[in-house]
Design a protein around this ligand. Structure first.
Ligand code: QAP
Ligand code: CO
Length: 171
């Protein structure tokens, strides 16, 4: 297994729209292993392939307390928004380190996805899992949670992250 490099906002590669996985083969399974390792090492609860510069529709999530319940989504689709009432949640992102902002998303969704054996699964997700799935599915469309914030807030975050990058590359 190997840890992958995570793209940091405003890297333009985060805007790439990911393509569908045609078949879940060993290459995809290796990608998933590496993404899980990268997510766990970064203390994340979700990671989309886009964030590691692989533009395929693959997501890993683990919202469990013990970090032992990995969930893998391949070619996920929202089938139904079951509860449109908005769940406010403070969101972060491994690609936007150090920044958290409250957003509201539908609190319960039904999705369909492929599993590691190319089988279609349907999952009903609520609470934090619903929020994280929607956040990660946005990445596959090139969308980042800061896009929902005011221009002023997003610009502030962009400038701070660019500044931090300059500092870390100078050292
Ligand atoms: C998406 O994000 C998410 O700033 C997953 O310094 C998170 O795993 C959706 C992380 C919360 C909804 C709510 C962020 C790690 C991890 C940071 C993450 C950081 C280190 C973010
Ligand atoms: Co994210």
């Amino acid at each position: 297994m190997s840890k992958l490099k995570i793209l940091i906002f405003p890297d333009p590669r985060l805007r790439t729209v990911a393509s569908k996985v045609v078949v879940v083969d060993d290459e995809i399974r290796t990608l998933i292993k590496d993404m899980l390792e990268t997510m766990y090492k970064g203390e994340g609860i979700g990671l989309a392939a886009t964030q590691v510069d692989v533009h395929k529709r693959v997501i890993v999530i683990d919202v469990s307390e013990e970090k032992n319940k990995p969930l893998v989504l391949i070619n996920p689709l929202i089938e139904e928004i079951i509860e449109t009432n908005k769940l406010p949640y403070s969101e972060g992102c491994l690609s936007v380190p150090g920044f958290y902002e409250e957003l509201e998303r539908p609190s319960k969704v039904k999705i369909s996805t492929l599993d590691l054996n190319n089988k279609t699964l349907k999952i009903e997700a609520e609470g934090i899992l619903s929020v994280v799935i929607q956040h990660e599915m946005d990445h596959l469309e090139g969308k980042i949670f800061v896009d929902y914030l005011s221009n002023l807030k997003r610009e502030m975050i962009r400038k701070k992250l660019i500044k931090q990058k300059k500092i870390s590359t100078a050292n």
